[in-house]
Design a protein around this ligand. Structure first.
Ligand code: GCU
Length: 686
């Protein structure tokens, strides 16, 4: 089956007669004069979308005399007369920037014009117009100027050449199989469409853990195929990046060291860069996981992350390439008996002292939280702490710790909270979103990256509704001011059409899902109660005596991690005031993060008025009820959604409700046994 394959680009035929008339009035022809690849893509998308929705053929012309009801697309200076007529000289003054666009309905000339500085903007403008039509907006009086808030809007594939996807829950890779790059890349092209239509413009196509074969991606063995992939993404204005192995010079057998200060190593990478740019002239650059979870890096040679990344940056600089260097660096061989080492502190401790030492074409990619994509974490204190170093955000769409592709967990609300967090870096109102869009410190490069959630499942994401996370990520990277609910509604209308019962049900399912997931899993910000390795399902002590720095310290009296300055690991002190005091003080710490920052007795009373233990019991019972309610709400949509999607999502909601019980009972039972305190409502705990 191919249901779900077209995701939010289905463009079902319009059925309302008035609506068809209203759109048809502007769809007499398409006026396009430019020949660039990306404009050709834009024209093809416009044609396809309109033809689907209207059931007509859309002729492409280079001019239109009839003077009524056409759509013109092009760059302001590209010689398209209709664009010039509608925008006049003002085109250039519209401030659309390198990737923005303007859409204007010009009643006089009978033209809807989509104009931009660059072809990429034209493509985004076309997708925008199609989105307006598909979601039922009027196009009679458009006067829109849009430009993306973030310059880098990137996807990270964690795909391996053997066809597996690290933390992938929707099948195998669409890029690779059997240690080769697939010969048929149709699916990659369709993925490029999905990404571009949600506003994304960059992709790293291989796992940050670069294994043996992938190390050769930057050699002649793979470069022709990599160039083929780059060519596909280029047509959608998406730049290609590669994850590289820091020890490449050694791994390929060419050198005996990867020391960044070694002259041969520098020369090796320079030659590599030259070779790469010969094949892919617009290559984006390298994504690097170094000295992290057993990956090689500069530490081996007594060098730091600035030395390490600058060496690569120097090699890429003449070609305009970037080094995206990840900050996910911590001691992954910790002794659980050691109460001083705190993984949460690690990124800040490593990178803060290096601020200002990185070259201009290096960007530090920082995970949203200090640990690892848990359902609830505080915001990484590195945001706002590096005024002299380019930084970007790393989110994870894949839901590794948030139910994978089985449970629904719409993450846009979580990401919004992160982006709206006040760092106080330049006084009150210094939000994370202004750090990562580059405006707060005038970064040269910055933006968003996120780990993808797609695989070769027919519907890309496994769970039909988690397509919303991919779409939502793109839309949020374009404009962090969009609300989570607005994005959810947009996605739902594009995906399922405009049956209002469907729209309101799906939107409320999405909007409630994060908090429901949180309520039946690890409580109050403590995290990590998942099964080791695969990270699906409950195991309260699964990571308690491990080397990964992931503990909750539950005993017979209480639980939580003391990260205060006064008596704990001092992590709370990495924030600027007033955050440091708010988190560091028991009385002011927000309930949802209490156990991240404090070790408290089970009888500690939360701001909500409940004790910690009663909160655990209550939220876990409620969470299951809500998960069951999700299943019931979904089931009410029977007959309103295609049967296959209905069944597929229905099965997942059923699994989620069942699995939520397992979470509830494991956690409640564990804490009843530890604390000896019974549930005030005397519900069944085992
Ligand atoms: C997590 C995840 C790993 C991944 C790592 C990373 O720890 O479980 O699979 O490699 O993050 O972001 O590098």
């Amino acid at each position: 089956s191919t249901i779900g394959y077209e995701a939010w680009l289905r463009y079902p035929q319009l059925t309302d007669v008035l609506r068809i008339e209203a759109v048809s009035r502007w769809s007499g022809c398409m006026i396009v004069t430019e020949a660039s690849e990306v404009i050709a893509t834009a024209a093809a998308e416009l044609k396809r979308g309109l033809e689907r929705m209207l059931g007509v053929t859309l002729a492409a012309r280079s001019s239109c005399d009839s003077g009524s009801g056409c759509i013109a697309i092009g760059t302001f200076s590209g010689g398209n007369e209709s664009i010039a007529r509608v925008f006049g000289d003002s085109g250039a003054q519209l401030d659309t920037g390198a990737e923005g666009f303007a859409i204007r309905t010009d009643a006089e000339s009978g033209i809807i014009a989509i104009g931009a500085e660059q072809p990429a903007g034209v493509l985004y403008g076309v997708f925008h117009l199609l989105r307006l039509i598909a979601t039922g907006a009027s196009i009679d009086e458009l006067d829109i100027v849009e430009r993306p808030v973030n310059t880098i809007r990137m996807i990270n594939q964690w795909d391996n050449i053997d066809g597996s996807v690290e933390r992938g829950y929707a099948g195998q890779s669409i890029f690779y199989e059997n240690n080769t790059i697939k010969s048929d890349l149709t699916r990659v092209e369709d993925y490029a469409r999905l990404l571009a239509s949600s506003g994304l413009n960059a992709i790293a196509i291989n796992n940050v853990n670069v294994h043996h074969h992938e190390t050769y991606f930057i050699t002649e063995r793979f470069l022709p195929d990599i160039a083929r992939i780059a060519g596909i993404f280029r047509r959608y204005a998406i730049k290609l990046f590669l994850s590289v192995n820091y020890a490449s010079p050694i791994e390929t057998g060419e050198l005996t060291t990867a020391d960044p200060l070694d002259a041969d190593v520098k020369a090796w990478w320079k030659a590599k860069a030259d070779e790469l740019y010969k094949v892919i002239p617009d290559f984006g650059g390298f994504l690097v996981k170094a000295d992290s979870e057993n990956r090689p890096g500069p530490f081996t040679y007594g060098r730091d992350h600035a030395d390490g990344s600058n060496m690569l940056a120097e090699a890429l600089l003449p070609h305009g390439g970037l080094v995206i260097w990840r900050c996910f660096v911590y001691n992954c061989k910790q002794d659980w008996r050691d109460r001083k080492t705190d993984r949460a502190r690690a990124a800040y401790d490593h990178f803060k002292p290096l601020d200002g030492r990185f070259m201009d074409n290096v960007i530090l990619q920082i995970k949203n939280g200090p640990m690892d994509f848990q359902v609830r974490e505080p915001v990484s204190p590195l945001f706002g702490a590096l005024p002299a170093t380019n930084c970007m955000m790393e989110f994870q769409i894949a839901q590794e710790y948030t139910g994978q592709a089985r449970h629904l967990c719409y993450l846009v609300p979580q990401w919004k909270e992160v982006l709206d967090f006040d760092t106080y870096a330049k006084g009150e109102g210094s939000y994370v979103k202004q750090v990562v869009d580059g405006s707060m410190f005038g970064y040269k490069h910055s933006g968003f990256a996120a780990v993808s959630n797609i695989g070769d499942n027919a519907n890309w994401t496994g769970h039909p509704l988690t397509q919303a996370n991919l779409y939502g990520y793109g839309r949020l990277a374009w404009n962090p001011e969009l609300s989570a609910a607005a994005i959810a509604e947009e996605w739902t209308r594009l995906t399922f059409g405009s049956d209002e019962h469907v729209v309101s049900t799906v939107v409320s399912l999405l909007m409630g899902s994060w908090s429901i997931y949180e309520s039946y899993t690890a409580p109050l910000g403590v995290g990590w109660m998942v099964s080791p390795n695969h990270h699906y399902g409950p195991d309260v002590d699964g990571y308690e005596y491990s080397k990964w720095g992931t503990y909750h310290f539950s005993d017979c009296k209480g639980m939580g991690v003391d990260r205060t300055l006064a008596t704990g690991t001092g992590y709370a002190g990495q924030y600027r005031e007033p955050n440091a005091s708010i988190y560091g003080t028991l009385e002011s710490c927000p309930d949802e993060l209490l156990l991240f920052f404090h070790h408290v007795p089970y009888t500690h009373v939360l701001h909500s008025g409940k004790t910690v233990i009663q909160h655990i019991y209550d939220t876990h019972f409620e969470g299951v009820e809500q998960a069951e309610q999700m299943l019931r709400s979904w089931n009410e949509l029977e007959g309103r959604i295609d049967t296959e999607t209905f069944k597929l999502a229905g099965d997942r909601f059923a699994e989620q409700a069942e699995h939520a019980k397992e979470w509830r009972d494991r956690i409640n039972t564990y804490y009843l046994r530890k604390s000896g305190i019974s549930d005030a409502l005397d519900r069944t705990i085992y």
